[in-house]
Design a protein around this ligand. Structure first.
Ligand code: AHR
Length: 492
């Protein structure tokens, strides 16, 4: 049995909606085929962007979209991606499958996509193989409304007014694909590049420095010591996989032991944020610099028969649980974690949507994003949870994870139950609020391997859930094995 106490009259930090952010790289079929099909495509589109995908993504209220990479960002030269499409150069996408990149999706198309989605643009600039001038001119091209060669060029390319560009990343994984730099060297490069990322025409840029690879605490320490005063955010990348980088495990075929192993690895996110935050606290006790988890999610072996460089993988109930656990971790650290961007939106890694020609299917992970929407910009509520654990080898795993938030007179309680062998009962006490009603939704399937396909798109989909019983300030909930529930509690 699990007991949960929610303190509805004690406000925790606000859960920044940007924690529910997305990431789209020029990788595999994320941009091309995923979002972009071109204006002449037989797939119904608006200005080249497919209507079905944009329509489905809009239902998630996507707050922010990071682009163009990833590793691609540090090889991307933005001037290749503007002007008449037939005149744009084709280049080699060295990182991802060695395919030809025709640059048909560039800066204008990205801002159009963000406008259609209602998402804030987050551009990641090129430090690894780009120049300071190139980065400076990109920001000027996008945001300046005075007279300048960049303004003139943007206008010649069809965009009169500047765009609003808040989030700008100064490089990506510069410890690896972004230049194989040492932290001391990158800290200096960061300081130099960011100097020229200007706030133009009233556009205030939120500057994000490349942060550590997983548990590289030295990187965080050096960056914070040498450059904290010049940044608004420091990124963190951590992927959950089921083995090692050589064999990351199969997306849909896995044993209970492998499933448990992945749950444990997911919990590492909590430790990483705690320890990186502790270092950040030493240099920035007021938490001015945000931790931006701008790449996270599951990473499995690619689906059989697909290009290994395209990172196309299926997505099961296990992925949904990993997503829910991560969100609960981000909420717990909401004071420091101000943005997170799952990798990646369409057809790549832990995607929201998979496409096959004109067909598309929503993944179990999509449904978690949709069910958790009520947490966007809500005030987190402190809670105490104690309860069941289940064993995997000599390890113990907590069966239930929970998070609660308050917005517009309603409490959203999200519950993730990871034990796939039995149901869980949760006795919940709501302190400091009178609850007049409860409604619920449940994501559940007959096994953790369950997933959606183009022929069976609703194998894992949310359903109405009536197994939450309210009695005064007590709420009793029974969850099936391996399930995710959201309960909306109305305050009287
Ligand atoms: O998301 C796939 C890749 O993972 C990104 O390009 C890179 O930043 C990370 O290593």
């Amino acid at each position: 049995m699990n007991t949960l106490i929610i303190n509805a009259d004690q406000a925790g930090p606000v859960i920044n909606k940007n924690i529910y952010g997305h990431f789209a790289e020029h990788l595999g079929r994320c941009i091309y085929e995923g979002f972009w099909v071109g204006e002449d495509s037989s797939i119904v589109n608006t200005k080249g962007l497919r209507n079905d995908v944009v329509g489905a993504m809009k239902k998630l209220n996507p707050p922010v979209l990071r682009w163009p990479g990833g590793c691609f960002a540090d090889e991307y030269h933005w001037k290749d991606g503007i002007g008449p499409r037939e005149g744009r150069p084709s280049i080699l996408n060295t990182h991802w499958g060695g395919v030809v990149e025709n640059n048909h999706f560039g800066t204008h198309e990205f801002f159009e996509l963000c406008e259609q989605l209602g998402a804030e643009p987050y551009i990641c600039g090129n430090v690894g193989s780009g120049s300071v001038q190139e980065m400076q001119e990109w920001v000027e091209y996008c945001t300046f409304d005075g007279e300048s060669p960049m303004t003139k060029w943007r206008q010649e390319n069809g965009r009169e007014a500047p765009w609003k560009l808040k989030y700008f990343g100064v490089g990506n994984e510069n410890w690896g694909c972004g230049g194989t730099m040492r932290p001391e060297y990158y800290a200096d490069e960061y300081r130099r590049f960011q100097t020229y990322v200007r706030h133009l025409s009233g556009n205030k840029v939120f500057k994000i420095a490349c942060g550590p690879n997983v548990a590289d605490y030295k990187w965080t320490d050096v960056l914070m010591e040498r450059a904290a005063g010049h940044m608004n955010g420091l990124s963190l990348h951590y992927y959950t996989h089921g083995g090692d980088w050589g064999d990351k495990g199969n997306a849909t075929e896995f044993s209970d032991t492998q499933y448990h192993h992945v749950l444990q690895r997911t919990q590492l996110m909590d430790e990483l944020i705690t320890r990186h935050s502790a270092i950040m606290d030493r240099y920035d006790p007021k938490k001015r610099v945000a931790l931006i988890v701008d790449e996270w999610g599951t990473w499995w072996n690619v689906e059989a028969g697909t290009n290994p460089g395209f990172l196309y993988q299926q997505n099961t109930m296990r992925d949904a649980l990993v997503a829910a656990l991560n969100f609960h971790i981000f909420h717990k650290h909401a004071e420091r974690v101000q943005m997170a961007n799952i990798a990646q939106t369409i057809n790549v890694l832990q995607a929201m949507i998979l496409t096959d020609g004109a067909r598309m299917t929503l993944t179990p992970t999509y449904h978690v994003f949709e069910m958790f929407k009520g947490h966007h910009d809500a005030t987190s509520l402190p809670l105490h949870l104690s309860g069941d654990e289940f064993s995997s080898g000599d390890q113990k795993i907590a069966a239930v994870s929970a998070s609660a938030s308050l917005k517009d007179g309603k409490i959203l309680l999200s519950l993730a139950h990871t034990d796939n062998s039995r149901e869980a009962t949760i006795e919940c006490e709501l302190r400091g609020a009178n609850i007049s009603g409860v409604s619920g939704r449940l994501l559940h399937a007959d096994k953790t391997q369950a997933h959606n396909t183009f022929d069976a798109p609703n194998t894992v989909a949310p359903q109405e859930f009536n197994e939450a019983k309210l009695n005064g300030s007590k709420l009793s909930v029974t969850l099936p094995a391996a399930s995710i529930a959201t309960l909306e509690l109305t305050i009287a």
